[in-house]
Design a protein around this ligand. Sequence first.
Ligand code: ADP
Ligand code: MG
Length: 256
Amino acid sequence: MNSLTSDRIRDHATKLGLTHLTESIGPLVDRAEQAQLGYLDFIDLLLGEEVGLREGRRFRNALRLSGLPHHKTLDDFDFAFQPDLDVRKVRDLATLEFARTKSNVVLLGPPGVGKTMIAVALAVAACQAGFSIYFTTLDDLVRKLRAADTTGRFNRQLATYLRPAVLIVDEVGYLPLDRAEANMVFQLVSRRYERGSMIITSNKAFTEWGSVLGDDVLATAILDRLLHHCDVININGPSYRLKDRFNLTTGGETMP
Ligand code: ADP
Ligand code: MG
């Protein structure tokens, strides 16, 4: 390739915003020559490299802004530790059909069984597949909505929780809400209903949500929308956090 042509290609690539191509054109041409690629294969290689790089960048940025506490995946999850958990059901969720159909996922169980980890893993998979995601605890969400409400910015704050295709709300039930807060949660759930997915984790059974949300009628209205299109996963096994402190499999030391 003469230098005039390569200069012009770099110039055009810059104008088109193909930043990777400006640097990689030389090595890519070498690769194409070595492999004796045809014209179509060469164009496929060029575009594939550029798209792959952009996707990687988008994925890393989206993860950074997602609020996720970590980026563990289902490959890191030891299913043997939770034999009662239906592996296939979790793997089916990882196909992200729930995100495509704007339905919800609720993970229930006591502390330490991996509810947050599975929620995070599904969120990472959704992000990789191009869905926008955002992670928050219920406590943080309510605190931010309350603060926004006092300064007349409630709707703007609510919009930040309506925008992502998949919203993860962790730890429903750790702290009880008052009626005004439960009403904010109702607004969120009803506005997202059939418009976007939610992944929710809770240590409380649905029958206890009335006392968590401080109001049985609101709790029923929230659950009605949440559960209409929803996969519920119950994890009723031992706490992974305590696995090294107590010999749970042989029943060595008793749980507190
Ligand atoms: P929960 O949200 O149910 O309280 P977490 O998801 O926070 O539990 O899990 C507690 C810790 O144990 C986290 O560090 C998590 O990554 C890890 N963990 C939980 N279950 C498993 C598992 N089956 N395999 C590997 N790590 C696990
Ligand atoms: Mg958790």
